[in-house]
Design a protein around this ligand. Structure first.
Ligand SMILES: NC(=O)c1ccc[n+]([C@@H]2O[C@H](COP(=O)([O-])OP(=O)(O)OC[C@H]3O[C@@H](n4cnc5c(N)ncnc54)[C@H](OP(=O)(O)O)[C@@H]3O)[C@@H](O)[C@H]2O)c1
Length: 224
């Protein structure tokens, strides 16, 4: 058993593999079925984490609202909402986002430098050292999360954060919804940004499940 929480990525992309348009606007192409799927996944988590650009794009988070999912969390002695952790090396998060008035625990994962920049709006600020790329050492960060009792985290994007996690071999499984749209654009983000991997070093996946619901396809992969 690895000394870190189980990690599940949940993302929706267009048929041409984009997670947002070239202006990086909020992704609104998922159906209500996909939104319910995301809410269900989130409801299984102790914490969800997302990159600062995702928070800057949406300004909000998805909360668990479905009464059955809330009851299920209660039965399992979980608080009604998972902890929402924003990952940001810079720590520069505007404090007027609607996110801060949503009823979830707001945590920031940043660097010593980033912590100096930050707002008092986060209930908890966790600081970690960086690796060569200037990114947070997520292995160390995830080990800390495990130590404080966080056993399963949902990684909600965007592509930069997912790339960082994959580079550090920190992803166990991946849900991808393929939505019936094409956005195109070389500047439009994809599920995995970063430098990329050479084909000889591609991350390998095992398909665990595939389901069509109306016009969308729900893929569940294990990262090998
Ligand atoms: N379709 C979907 O399911 C979906 C889901 C999520 C997001 N999106 C879209 O994706 C876009 C955002 O994705 P993105 O790839 O541009 O950005 P992102 O991954 O959301 O955020 C990138 C930022 O997060 C911080 N960060 C990420 N990894 C880090 C690490 N290891 N250490 C320290 N900081 C780290 C940095 O913040 P600082 O710059 O503050 O240092 C970095 O600039 C938006 O357009 C959003 O709408 C789509």
């Amino acid at each position: 058993m690895k000394n870190r929480p189980k990690t599940t990525v949940i993302l929706a992309m267009t048929a041409d593999g984009k997670i947002a348009d070239f202006q990086r606007n909020t992704a609104r192409f998922g159906s209500n079925i996909d939104k319910n799927h995301l809410e269900k996944q989130i409801s299984m988590m102790d914490a969800v984490i997302f990159g600062a650009e995702t928070l800057r794009a949406y300004g909000t988070t998805l909360t668990v609202n479905n009464p059955q999912l809330l009851a299920h969390r209660k039965q399992h002695n979980k608080p009604s909402q998972p902890i929402n952790i924003i990952v940001s090396a810079s720590g520069k998060i505007a404090d007027n986002l609607r996110f801060f008035s949503q009823p979830v625990p707001h945590w920031l994962m940043t660097t010593e430098e980033g912590a100096k920049n930050n707002t008092l709006k986060f209930e908890k600020i966790l600081t970690f050292p960086t690796i060569e790329t200037g990114k947070i050492n997520l292995s160390e960060a995830f080990e800390h999360l495990k130590e404080i009792g966080i056993n399963h985290i949902g990684i909600l994007g965007g592509g930069e954060l997912v790339a960082s996690c994959l580079e550090q071999n920190l992803i166990d499984d991946l849900w991808l919804t393929i939505c019936p749209y094409i956005l195109g654009g070389k500047a439009a983000p994809t599920p995995v940004e970063g430098f990329g991997f050479l084909s000889s070093e591609a991350k390998k996946l095992q398909l665990l499940n595939l389901e069509q619901k109306e016009q969308e396809i729900f893929l569940h992969y294990k990262v090998l």
